[in-house]
Design a binder for this molecule. Structure first.
Ligand code: A2P
Length: 272
């Protein structure tokens, strides 16, 4: 019954008069609460890998319901990919989770964000720290040639509650070597460090704890994080971002911005 309502909602979003409409080309449901999808890319849209845009659907009252979403595809891709949580009573995601290929969504073509290479000073190793759907901007940056041109080593950590929540991220990591554009550049540069907190897996625990007690460094054979060589990007919940900031500043890294590049940058993942 809910399904019927949902189909009607998604169909309603097809109204041909939508401003900034893009067409859904692919949808994949990873778990009951996580899905990714691809849409057509406006020809005029230029963005830097790691940035986000506002996307959404029309509400029942005819007004757009828009939320910030990191673009999970790299800047060179013909289409745009997004990775989303499904919040049962979330104003947008309760509807968005029912989109199907051929449906239309609204996409405001004004990309912004701080998780971009321009906001960091040159370094040797880059760390991408993600929880949950905070993986999305790194799905873009991991497929971005500039990442491998700029760094000798790329460490991506992803902490989720359960093993199944890691699946989207793992699929991106697994696809890197086969990627015709960046496969050879990736070589053995990427170190993937997935952890879970509420289900048994090879590596348990919050990444914040594993950084503080040095487990991450022992596991990866890395001496530590230093402002001379290491750069970092952080994307997760507000509490996660705050903790990571403190940890990175403890290692001597300073927060950067587009206008004032430094050693690390932070952005809050989309949550509702
Ligand atoms: P935990 O299960 O211990 O809360 P969520 O699904 O709530 O967005 O969380 C995604 C993942 O991020 C979970 O594994 C969660 O661990 C972890 N997490 C949440 N808050 C923090 C934090 N402040 N520091 C580190 N990890 C966190």
């Amino acid at each position: 019954m809910n399904e019927m309502t949902a189909v009607t909602d998604a169909t309603a979003a097809k109204a041909p008069t939508l401003p900034d409409a893009q067409t859904v080309t692919f949808v994949k449901h990873w778990t009951d609460s996580l899905f990714s999808f691809r849409v057509t890319r406006p020809r005029s849209l230029r963005f830097r890998s790691g940035e986000f845009v506002m996307i959404g659907l029309l509400g029942d009252n005819g007004k757009p319901i828009l939320r910030a979403y990191s673009i999970a595809s790299p800047a060179w891709d013909d289409e745009l990919e997004f990775y989303s949580i499904k919040v049962p009573d979330g104003p947008l995601t309760s509807r968005l989770q029912h989109i199907r290929p051929g449906d239309q969504i609204i996409l405001r073509p004004k990309p912004v964000g701080t998780l971009v290479h321009d906001a960091l000073l040159p370094g040797k190793r880059i760390w991408f720290f993600a929880t949950g759907t905070g993986f999305a901007p790194f799905a873009s940056l991991l497929r971005e040639p500039e990442t491998y041109e700029k760094y000798d080593e790329v460490v991506i950590t992803h902490t989720c509650r359960e093993v199944a929540d890691l699946a989207y991220g793992k699929s991106i990591i697994d696809s890197l070597h086969e990627d015709p554009l960046i496969g050879e550049m990736v070589d053995d540069k990427v170190k993937y460090y997935p952890t879970t907190t509420r289900e048994q897996s090879p590596k348990m625990g919050r990444i914040t704890d594993l950084l503080r007690d040095g487990t991450v460094f022992r596991d990866l054979g890395i001496d530590g994080i230093s402002p001379e060589t290491d750069r970092a990007m952080v994307c997760g919940s507000l509490a996660f971002n705050m903790e990571l900031k403190e940890i990175l500043e403890g290692f001597g890294l300073r927060e950067g911005a587009n206008s004032d590049p430094a050693e690390y940058v932070v952005e809050k993942a989309f949550v509702g």
